[in-house]
Design a protein around this ligand. Structure first.
Ligand SMILES: Cc1cc2nc3c(=O)[nH]c(=O)nc-3n(C[C@H](O)[C@H](O)[C@H](O)COP(=O)(O)O)c2cc1C
Length: 371
C-alpha cells in the first residue's frame, strides 16, 4: 500500500496521525507512518522545543506540523483583549455550575493567572502562525505543513515550497477542496463529519470520492471515522492515497490524556461523540458529558465565539481535572470512540491497522468474484 504520496514523503505506509502530543507524533513516524504535530495551542517557543525534541527522537525520519491560519487578520485581537471580552455573566454561568456540583475553586489570583495563560494558548493570530511556520520550516525533518481551518493563505504555500516542503489542508466539502487546489496545496485531507474536532456536515463515505474528484489529481487522504484496517481499505478503494487519523491516538499510552480521561473515553459509545459548539464556539464533535448538556440546556447562554469559548472552557476543565470530576470536562473525539475500549500503544495500533488491512483485502478477494 505504498502510494505515490507515501513515496513523495518517503514513508513506508500512508498512515498519517494528527496529534497535539509529540510522543504520538514520534511513535507514528518511527512506526513508518507520518506523525503531524498539532501546534494550534502552542506558543512559537513551545513549538520550537517540541520540534527539536522530535528531530532527535525520529532520527532523520519525516514528520509534519499542523497550523491554524485564522483568515484575513483584519479583526485580530491580542489574547488579553479576547479574555476581557468574556462577559461576566458567562463566567457566572460556569462558576455557578461548578460550585453547584461541589467542585472546589482556586484562589482568584491563581484563576486569573491561569485564564491569562490559557488565553495566550487559545488565541491564534496570523502573526503567531507566521512565526510558527518560520520555526517549522527551519527544521529539515518537517516535510509537511498542514492548514487546519479555512483556505490556506498563498504566502504559506509559497514559503513552504521555497523550502521544498509539501503543504496540506483539511477540507470538509468538495467546494473547499477546489479552493485549496487553486491556492496550490499538494495534499488534501478530506475529513468527514464522523471526525473529532471541528467538522463539516458530510460523511466520509460520500465526501472522500467527491474530494478526490474535485482535487483534480492532487492526492487525498481519507479522514473521519478511521479506526480499522477495513477503513483503510475503504479509503484506498474510494480513491484516497492514504488515511489521516486523530481520535484513535487518544486511547494510547503515548497520548495527552490521563488514564482517568482515557477510561472515560473507553466507556463511551459512538453515539456519545456529539456535534456542538461548546468546545470552541465553532461546530465540532466532542464527548457528550453533563458539561456539554448543561451548555445545551434551553436556558443556557449560547456558546461564545472562538476563541473566547475555548478560553472560558479552560477554567472549567482545570477545576474538573483538579477535582477528578470529569463530568465537567469534555474533549474533541470522533465516532470511532465506539471502537476504542482499552488502553493501547501507538506501535500496537499501527501493527493492528496494517494486519487488519491485509485481512480485509484477502477477505474481499475471497468474497467477490468477477465471473
Ligand atoms: C483531540 C483532537 C483535536 C484536534 N485538533 C485539530 C487541530 O488543532 N487541527 C486540525 O487540523 N485538526 C484537528 N483535529 C482533527 C484531526 O486532524 C483529524 O482530522 C480527525 O481527528 C480525523 O478523524 P477521527 O477523529 O475520526 O480520526 C483534532 C482531532 C481531535 C480528535
Amino acid at each position: 500500500m505504498r502510494t505515490d504520496v507515501a513515496k513523495a514523503l518517503d514513508i513506508e505506509v500512508p498512515i498519517f496521525a494528527f496529534s497535539h502530543c509529540r510522543d504520538v507524533v514520534a511513535a507514528v513516524t518511527k512506526a513508518g507512518g507520518l506523525g503531524v504535530l498539532g501546534a494550534a495551542w502552542m506558543t512559537p517557543e513551545e513549538l520550537e522545543m517540541s520540534i527539536e525534541w522530535l528531530e532527535k527522537e525520529v532520527d532523520g525520519k519525516p514528520f509534519g506540523v499542523d497550523l491554524v491560519f485564522p483568515g484575513t487578520g483584519e479583526d485580530e485581537k491580542e489574547a488579553d483583549e479576547y479574555l476581557a471580552s468574556i462577559p461576566p455573566s458567562y463566567m457566572d454561568f460556569v462558576t455557578g455550575m461548578l460550585d453547584e456540583a461541589g467542585l472546589s475553586d482556586v484562589a482568584a489570583d491563581d484563576r486569573d493567572a491561569f485564564m491569562a495563560d490559557n488565553a495566550q494558548k487559545m488565541t491564534m493570530t496570523n502573526e503567531k502562525s507566521a512565526r510558527q511556520l518560520k520555526i517549522s520550516l527551519a527544521h529539515p525533518s518537517v516535510r509537511l505543513i498542514v492548514g487546519a481551518l479555512g483556505v490556506t493563505p498563498k504566502w504559506v504555500v509559497e514559503e513552504a515550497h521555497a523550502k521544498g516542503v509539501m503543504v496540506g489542508a483539511l477540507v470538509g466539502s468538495a467546494r473547499h477542496a477546489a479552493k485549496q487546489v487553486e491556492v496550490g496545496v499538494d495534499l488534501l485531507v478530506a475529513q468527514g463529519t464522523e471526525a473529532g474536532g471541528s467538522v463539516g456536515d458530510v460523511a466520509s463515505m460520500v465526501l472522500w470520492p467527491q474530494v478526490v474528484e474535485a482535487a483534480a489529481g492532487v492526492p487525498v487522504l481519507g479522514a473521519g471515522g478511521v479506526s480499522r484496517g477495513s477503513h483503510v481499505l475503504a479509503a484506498l478503494s474510494l480513491g484516497c492515497q492514504g488515511v489521516w487519523l486523530g481520535s484513535l491516538w487518544l486511547g494510547t499510552a503515548e497520548g495527552e490524556l490521563s488514564l482517568e480521561a482515557r477510561d472515560k473515553l473507553f466507556q463511551a459509545k459512538s453515539e456519545d461523540a456529539v456535534i456542538a459548539k461548546v468546545m470552541t464556539g465553532k461546530q465540532g464533535r466532542m464527548l457528550r458529558t453533563p458539561y456539554v448538556d448543561a451548555w445545551q440546556a434551553p436556558d443556557a447562554p449560547s456558546p461564545l465565539q472562538w476563541p473566547m469559548q475555548s478560553i472560558l472552557n479552560g477554567y472549567s476543565y482545570m477545576r474538573a481535572e483538579r477535582a477528578h470530576e470529569l463530568d465537567y470536562w469534555t474533549y474533541a473525539v470522533g465516532q470511532v470512540i465506539g471502537d476504542m475500549q482499552r488502553s493501547t500503544t501507538v506501535k500496537s495500533e499501527m501493527t493492528r491497522l496494517l494486519d487488519e488491512y491485509v485481512e480485509a483485502l484477502e477477505a474481499l478477494e475471497t468474497r467477490t468474484s468477477l465471473d
